[in-house]
Design a protein around this ligand. Structure first.
Ligand code: ATP
Length: 214
């Protein structure tokens, strides 16, 4: 049987219940064998994360410790260059059987920014793309993506076939949590309990992360 593997990238600075709940729902709905959370080292599209890579990696590892099929994948932190998704996909593909299915999970905003990504037009050679769409979002895809969507999108994500090449949408109501909000709360000495798993909270406090002086 081909394996079904989802990949969910992010800075995870820190990982929070919004990421985890959303990832679990996708894994469940898509019957994934694995859903890999992949912390990025130097994200090409945003400023440097506040906390160092090993801490972000450990927090994700703690968060998914007992949460199969979620798991953590540290390959982007082992590379000494920006975290390009195409490199990640190529290295994953090199480890998998030819008929294994890869699903790159992207929020709608990230999907709309795709044309600015390094070698973006090669991504679908390696994976399917699952776009997480919010029921309240009404923005249109940019012009460059409209032809691609017309050619490659299918309405039911459960009917995605083969190792890659197609795009589908998953409608989800995300929890209103962001890492930015969590960093702000911590910097002002406020509690983030229930916004991150308890093991992550313990790690944050034990290592003095996200304090105003950091
Ligand atoms: P920041 O506030 O620092 O920008 P973030 O909370 O958006 O961080 P990221 O690590 O940048 O988290 O996001 C990784 C992935 O998780 C992205 O695809 C993003 O769309 C998604 N994501 C972020 N927050 C949520 C949430 N509350 N629910 C579902 N998905 C989320």
């Amino acid at each position: 049987m081909p394996k079904r593997i989802g990949i969910f990238g992010g800075t995870f600075d820190p990982v929070h219940i919004g990421h985890l709940r959303s990832a679990l729902e996708v894994a469940d709905m898509m019957a994934l064998d694995e859903l890999r959370l992949i912390p990025s080292a130097r994200p090409p599209h945003r400023g440097a994360p506040q906390v160092a890579a090993p801490d972000r990696l450990t927090m994700v590892a703690l968060a998914v410790a007992d949460l199969a099929p979620l798991c953590v994948d540290d390959r982007e932190l082992k590379r000494d260059k920006p975290s390009y998704s195409i490199d990640t996909l190529e290295s994953l593909r090199a480890e998998l059987a030819g008929d294994d299915q890869l699903f790159l999970i992207l929020g709608w905003d990230a999907f709309c920014g795709l044309p600015s990504w390094h070698r973006w037009d090669e991504l679908l050679q390696h994976c399917h793309i699952l776009v997480l769409q919010r029921p309240d979002a009404d923005s249109e895809a940019p012009e460059t993506l409209r032809n691609l969507l017309a050619a490659r999108s299918i309405s039911d994500p459960l009917t995605l076939e083969g190792p890659g090449g197609q795009i589908s949408f998953i409608w989800q109501t995300p929890l209103a949590v962001s890492a930015t909000q969590i960093r702000t709360l911590l910097a002002s000495g406020k509690s983030v309990r229930f916004l991150v798993p308890d093991a992550v909270l313990t790690y944050i406090h034990a290592h003095g992360l996200y304090r105003a002086s950091n």
